[in-house]
Design a protein around this ligand. Structure first.
Ligand code: PLP
Length: 453
């Protein structure tokens, strides 16, 4: 086949003609003017026109160690040369077994069984399938409902999407009937006027317990929650929320799945946020993204010894957990993850995140004084600015929907990529960001917001 000229105009045409993107807006299909990148270094990416931009979202909250890390690339190349692939079904590759051990060592409590997946959606999917599997083995097949929350995002497989609560995403796609029950989201900024944080917290914990009682604990299998609800708008729950929800779950024999696809692997300054930040040891943790620093796809759900004991050995009743992927624990991904762990530890990246977090959060919160900024929120190296216009007040539906995209456009002109979500912009830069780069990022963001206002 003859190759067409790979000049840039052709790339844009091919993108519009042939690349159906995630979350593609169908009305504008084929008319997009996207930013294309060619290379990257540290927190910067270089576009096809040679512009150097700070990657505010760190890919999709995933490029923990920044772009152009030769050590990770070399580890992947070495693994590909030596042993690119081996079936994880009846056999194993030693690099994946090593990685399972390293992850178990860093995960909280008795979460020692690592089930490798191809990304975050399949991690959540596998966690849900395991929860159902366990209840089938335990002889209670009616205990299957999963409680989730409005605005949660857990992925794009049918099951993971079925427990995801973003209304806009559910409007044109089906969800598994009867699988999920959604609680109101837990956004302190949107709490009723005059309500104290303590009263709000009590109400949100009561939402969970009331739902379990109304549905019947014998029918509720699990509660799934992101420690910080990420793509739904970086919603940080009031202190004590997860701890109290876990207590409710324990009381009613409902499992707690902590979706750490965004918060895991250093984003909040710890390997996992569940125990170190939110004081919970959940039953299952799901992770992905940062585990390979975004260099190659991989995910995992990490299951507790307690849950596994219920379905293993003498309790197995002949059962097989018939769930898995050709690429579960792919050796090249495992090599990238092992190298990521090694570098994070050797370079003290978790400590670095904890050290620069105050500056990051301080600069972000300072933007609350800007004209169109209604709320700023975040934790660790993740943040969000939520815009509200005078006319729309704080009604999220009336708020100018285009503000996020407008701010992103202005910031890109000034040298910073953001992730616009309706009236919000979120950012989660590579964890290796320095203090001066944090200052630079927020200087640009502030200027971009002023221009958009
Ligand atoms: N869970 C959470 C909390 C996420 O933020 C995401 C993706 O953004 C997923 C699951 C799905 O992960 P993936 O896109 O790797 O399938």
């Amino acid at each position: 086949m003859q190759r067409r000229d790979a000049g840039f105009q052709s790339v844009r045409e091919w993108d519009n003609a042939n690349f159906l993107h995630p979350w593609e807006g169908m009305e504008t299909l084929g008319q997009n003017d996207r930013t294309f990148t060619e290379s990257g270094e540290g927190i910067y990416v270089t576009t096809e026109t040679g512009r150097r931009l700070i990657d505010g979202p760190g890919g999709m909250w995933c490029v923990q160690l920044g772009y152009g890390n030769a050590e990770i690339a070399d580890a992947m190349a070495r693994q590909a040369r030596e042993m690119a692939y081996f079936s994880p079904f009846n056999n194993a590759s030693s690099v994946s077994a090593r990685l399972a051990h390293e992850i178990a060592q860093r995960s909280p409590g008795d979460l020692n069984h690592v089930f490798f997946t191809t990304g975050g959606s399949t991690a959540v999917d596998s966690a849900l399938r395991f929860v159902h599997f366990r209840n089938n083995v335990l002889g209670r097949p009616e205990k299957k409902i999963v409680i989730s929350r409005h605005k949660a995002y857990h992925g794009s497989t049918y099951l993971a999407a079925s427990v995801s609560g973003k209304e806009r995403d559910k409007s044109w796609l089906d969800q598994a009937p009867g699988l999920a029950h959604f609680l109101p989201d837990v956004n302190p900024y949107r709490r009723p006027a005059g309500m104290s944080i303590d009263a709000f917290l009590d109400e949100k914990v009561a939402d969970l317990e009331n739902a379990i009682r109304a549905i019947g604990a014998d029918k509720v299998a699990a509660f799934i929650a992101e420690p910080i609800l990420a793509s739904g708008g970086v919603i940080v729950p009031p202190k004590g929320y997860h701890r109290r929800c876990l207590e409710v779950c324990r009381k009613h024999d409902v499992l707690y799945i902590s979706d750490e696809v965004v918060t895991g692997f250093g984003r909040l300054g710890h390997w996992f946020a569940s125990e170190e930040v939110f004081d919970i040891v959940p039953d299952i943790i799901t992770c992905a993204k940062g585990m390979t620093s975004g260099y190659v796809p991989m995910g995992a759900c990490i299951i507790s010894d307690r849950l596994i004991a219920d379905v293993a050995g003498g309790n197995a009743k002949g059962a097989t957990f018939s769930n898995g992927y050709t690429y579960s624990g792919h050796p090249v991904s495992a090599a990238a993850a092992l190298k990521t762990i090694e570098i994070i530890e050797r370079e003290g990246i978790l400590e670095h995140v904890r050290k620069v977090t105050p500056l990051f959060q301080e600069r972000m919160h300072a933007m609350r004084s800007l004209p169109i900024v209604g709320d700023t929120r975040g934790m660790g190296l993740v943040g969000c600015i939520e815009c509200v216009t005078e006319t729309a007040g704080t009604d999220p539906l009336a708020t100018d929907r285009a503000l996020g995209a407008l701010i992103d456009t202005r910031c890109q002109e000034l040298g910073l990529i953001l992730r616009p979500i309706i009236n919000m912009c979120v950012f989660s830069p590579p964890l290796v960001i320095s203090e001066s780069e944090i200052e630079q990022m927020f200087d640009i963001m502030e200027q971009g917001i002023r221009l958009a206002a």
